[in-house]
Design a protein around this ligand. Structure first.
Ligand code: HAM
Length: 419
């Protein structure tokens, strides 16, 4: 018989891990709400053109896009990230700025699967559209920082940089191109091709062959004009006052073309591959315009859920939530009593489980143990005849017989909460 398993780069997130994912998103929602962000759900796929704005020479566009023609002949792509979609949504719906939104969900990139790198991976993120204020850049960075803190992560490092404004970046690109062309013979085959498309992307190369040339490349900071410099200094100064530690990393260009001014990345020193970012973002003034909207500055970030949880594992923090139910019902009379008692308790908002298939008392007690329940309710023929039930504390083993009709208040008196 044919059997199937998940495609490369995709995974089933089984319980209890899936519960951990929900809790992760729940904490992100709480933190984002305290900063005034509201939830937005962009579509999982849209016109390929939206994502081409990420950069015609980026790996995300040239190698990793899940694009296809749909049955209506439209060229569409599964989203590789959500910033472009948020900006397209802004251009389409024209909300009143400032527009502060957060999102969570899967993205798709045809990458080489490995630990922490998947073809379907989840992100949580925020975008702040409207203001071009250093306070806005610092606020989104501080939000991410607070979120990591709330997860219990202590070994996150933050790198920041500025790419300058449009003019600065163009000037830098020209200088960089001249430099790279002067050393083209030393570059890898791939980087020579990249150079013809976008010299900036050559700086992303992790190929050993390119290391020496990349290390000697001119620095962006030398091309950044006064306006952009003052914006960046503003960002750093606010981060300083908020007590968010950072390192200025003048080679941090990030892998997408839409960035201008501030860029930043978070890494975990608890992970072996410390160079692998657990999150990143920056300012992308010009992107909304490129997608047909009014000139609107923007700044935001996205954090990889999969990778951040690996960092949590490495720091032994943020465990999966306890999946235990509160009450387990052991019914040796055939199962009907379990059905009715569970129904009554569940309607009073208790989490309840039970055994099926008329198992023996011993086997049901074993299941009660495994369920993690604090209370077992035991019902046999004697109890049914007397209109009682036995409540057993799974912690102490103490048992007492109570009137069946009082089950909700008896459970409440043991577990706390409203009867
Ligand atoms: P990005 O750096 O491409 O930026 O992705 C952000 C984070 O998503 C990465 O730091 C990483 O944790 C995670 N990630 C990316 N690719 C994978 C993968 N294949 N497997 C697992 N995790 C992955 C963006 O996506 C921008 N949209 C961020 C942004 C928002 N910039 C401004 N606003």
């Amino acid at each position: 018989m044919t059997s199937f398993s998940t495609s490369p780069g995709t995974r089933d997130i089984l319980p209890p891990d899936a519960g951990r994912w929900r809790a992760f998103q729940g904490i992100f929602e709480e933190v984002a709400a305290t900063y005034g962000y509201r939830y937005l759900i962009p579509p999982m796929f849209e016109d390929l053109g939206v994502f081409l704005r990420l950069g015609e020479a980026t790996d995300v566009v040239t190698k990793e896009m899940y694009d296809f023609e749909d049955k209506g002949g439209r060229r569409v792509a599964l989203r590789p990230e959500q910033t472009a979609s948020v900006c397209r949504a802004y251009a389409q719906h024209r909300p009143v700025p400032p527009w502060k939104v957060w999102y969570a969900g899967p993205n798709f990139r045809y990458e080489k699967p490995q630990q922490g790198r998947y073809r379907q991976f989840d992100q949580v993120g925020v975008e702040l559209l409207g203001p071009c204020d250093p306070d806005a850049d610092a606020e989104v960075i501080a939000l991410a920082w607070e979120f990591y803190r709330r997860l219990g992560l202590r070994q996150i490092t933050l790198s920041v940089n500025t790419l300058g404004d449009e003019g600065d970046l163009q000037r830098y690109t020209t200088v960089l191109q001249a430099y790279l062309e002067s050393r083209v013979d030393e570059l890898s085959e791939e980087s020579r091709v990249t150079l013809t498309r976008n010299p900036l992307r050559v700086l992303d190369s992790k190929r050993p062959a390119d290391a020496a040339v990349v290390a000697g490349a001119p620095r962006i900071v030398d091309q950044v004009g006064d306006a952009a410099r003052s914006h960046f200094e503003g960002v750093l100064s606010v981060l300083g006052s908020l007590g968010v530690p950072y390192a200025v990393e003048d080679r941090l260009v990030r892998g997408l073309d839409y960035y201008r001014h501030t860029t930043f990345e978070f890494s975990s020193s608890a992970l072996d591959a410390a160079h692998v970012a657990v999150g990143g973002g920056g300012r992308y003034d010009g992107l909304v315009e490129a997608l047909g909207g009014p000139p609107t500055p923007g700044v935001g970030f996205a954090l990889g859920l999969d990778r951040t949880l690996l960092a949590c594992d490495a720091e032994a923090c943020f465990p999966a939530p306890d999946p235990s139910v509160e009450v387990f019902i052991v019914d040796t009379t055939g199962g009907r009593e379990a059905t009715l008692l569970a129904d009554e308790l569940r309607k009073s908002r208790r989490s309840v489980d039970r055994a099926y298939e008329q198992r023996s008392m011993k086997s049901q007690m074993k299941l009660a143990d495994r369920s993690g329940a604090r209370i077992a309710i035991i019902v046999g023929t004697d109890e049914v005849a007397a209109g009682t039930i036995v409540l057993r504390s799974m912690e102490t083993g103490e048992q007492r017989t109570v009137v069946r009709s009082e089950v909700v208040s008896e459970v409440a008196s043991l577990l706390g909460g409203v009867a």
